[in-house]
Structure formats: structure tokens, C-alpha cells
Ligand binder design. Structure first.
Ligand SMILES: [Zn+2]
Length: 287
């Protein structure tokens, strides 16, 4: 059964480790991530962007697939199904479809409107038992066609949103989605520290986990990050493994064209990437 992300993140924050959010795109992605979490006895958050939800034909399909898999694969670790960067309407659609967690990305609204809409969603999520993530300060890079500038969040605005009763808070600290450019300045730990001081127990979320080096990840966890989003890295390792299979001509040997064979190396690559991240984040054995 799906659970809200609140308990797993409160535990992570108190225990100084982070839970990974791994975005899903299809059945193979979902299966690989769930198998990795079960094998490593780690709590896990499955992220679904609006674009991925649409690709999978809609949020109800996603909920049906994930719930079916939890049962058929006998998954015993805590699993949250989370809307990633949801607009206001998508939040309501996911609540209705049976998601256990949502992110309302109101970072593009003026702060007053972000506050008003977040407040409303806090009440709805509390009533229905979902966890809610809010965002302050847009995260750079491109996500589903939305290009953020990678601004650094205002710690006072973070406190304002945290005080509304959200369960986790994403704050821009110079992190970006996708691959990091060669001239990237790195994370602003100064900002993270200031946010942490003002928001206390609130689990902080680091988006754009692909390409942030291990040392920075560990430092961020020490400074209060309890959830780290990983998306691009699974896409890259999946593509690399699939390319290798094709380039080696394996699809031309015997029944190598069978999709279950063709997609197997990529699926295994996702699983290994997820396991590596769980080890780095310290969530192994915490389920
Ligand atoms: Zn993000």
C-alpha cells in the first residue's frame, strides 16, 4: 500500500540521511526502482512529472500500475507515489487519482499567491492523508519545457511557506535540473544553512540530484536535506545500456528483438543507479 512521504522524511531528517525520489516513465522504470528499494530495504519515493503522467496515459493508469506492482512484487518497504512539480490543477487530479504525495510548484507565482494556494492544498492534503512538498525559488534548468533560472531562495520566504504546514520544502540553492554546465558555481551551502536555521525540523528537498558530486550531496544531507530527486541519471544509464545492446548487434541475434530482452539491460542499469544513490544517500536498511 502506498504511504505518504511524511513519516519516511521525518525519520530521514532526524537520522541524517536522505530518501531518494526517482522519477518513473513506464513499467520498466517503476519495476526497477521498486526492486532496488526492496532489495536494499530502503524507503523510496516514485516521482511522476505532469509530462510523464500524460505519457503513461494519465494519473489513474500510474496509480493502478504502481499499486498492482506493490502487491505482485510483494514490496514491503514504504513507497510514496509523488507528483513532481505539479501545477495547481494537476495537484487536484493526483489527489483524486490516488497519489500519496504531491508537490505543488508555486515558485513561478508571486509569493502571496504561492502562499494562498499552498495554504489551500495543505488543508486538503491533511484531510486526505497525503504529504505535500512546496517550492520556493525556482530550480534552474529545464523540466518538461519549463526553464528555471536557478535562483537562490530567500530564507525568509522559505520559513513563511514552511510555517503553512507543508511536509517538505524544496528551495533553490543553485541546483538545476538535467546535466550541469561545466561552469556551474556549485550549491550555495550558505543559503542552505540559513534556510535550515529558520525552518528547523522541516525536511528539505534537493532537486536536480544528477551531477552533484558525492561530497556536496553529503554536505547537503548534513545541512538538513532529507529528500533528493534523481531523474536524468536513470535516463542516461538506461540509454547507455540500451545503446550498447544495439551496437553489439544483440537485437539481431536469435530473439534479441523481443522487447523483454531489448529493455532488460536498460532496466538493470536503472536498478544499479538507484542502488548506488540509496547507498550514497544513506537510506539503505532504513525501511
Ligand atoms: Zn525538480
Amino acid at each position: 500500500m502506498l504511504v505518504s512521504a511524511k513519516e519516511m522524511l521525518d525519520k530521514a531528517k532526524a537520522g541524517h540521511y536522505a530518501v531518494g525520489q526517482f522519477n518513473i516513465n513506464n513499467l520498466e522504470w517503476t519495476k526497477s526502482i521498486l526492486l532496488a528499494a526492496e532489495e536494499k530495504k530502503s524507503p523510496v519515493i516514485l516521482g511522476v512529472s505532469e509530462g510523464a503522467g500524460k505519457y503513461m496515459t494519465g494519473y489513474k493508469t500510474v496509480v493502478g500500475m504502481v499499486n498492482g506492482m506493490l502487491e505482485e512484487l510483494n514490496i514491503t518497504v514504504p513507497v510514496a507515489l509523488h507528483l513532481d512539480h505539479g501545477g495547481y490543477e494537476a495537484c487536484y487530479k493526483c489527489i483524486e487519482a490516488g497519489f500519496s504525495s504531491i508537490m505543488f510548484d508555486g515558485s513561478h507565482y508571486p509569493i502571496e499567491e504561492n502562499v494562498a494556494k499552498t495554504k489551500e492544498l495543505v488543508a486538503v492534503c491533511k484531510e486526505k492523508g497525503l504529504s505535500l512538498e512546496a517550492e520556493v525559488g525556482s530550480i534552474g534548468g529545464e523540466e518538461d519545457g519549463v526553464i528555471g533560472t536557478g535562483e537562490v531562495a530567500d530564507p525568509n520566504e522559505c520559513k513563511m511557506i514552511a510555517d503553512l504546514g507543508v511536509d517538505m520544502l524544496a528551495a533553490g540553492i543553485g541546483n538545476i535540473h538535467g546535466k550541469y554546465p561545466a561552469n556551474w558555481k556549485g550549491l550555495s551551502f550558505e543559503t542552505l544553512e540559513a534556510i535550515q536555521k529558520l525552518t528547523g525540523e522541516m525536511p528539505l528537498v534537493l532537486h536536480g540530484g544528477t551531477g552533484i558530486n558525492e561530497e556536496m550531496i553529503k554536505k547537503a544531507i548534513n545541512l538538513g536535506v532529507a529528500k533528493i530527486n534523481v531523474n536524468t541519471e536513470c535516463q542516461i544509464t538506461f540509454a547507455e545500456a540500451t545503446r550498447k545492446y544495439i551496437e553489439e548487434g544483440k537485437d539481431l541475434q536469435g530473439k534479441g528483438f523481443d522487447p523483454r530482452k531489448l529493455l532488460a539491460p536498460g532496466s538493470e542499469a536503472i536498478k544499479q543507479t538507484v542502488i548506488e544513490k540509496m547507498e550514497l544517500f544513506g537510506s539503505v536498511g532504513k525501511a
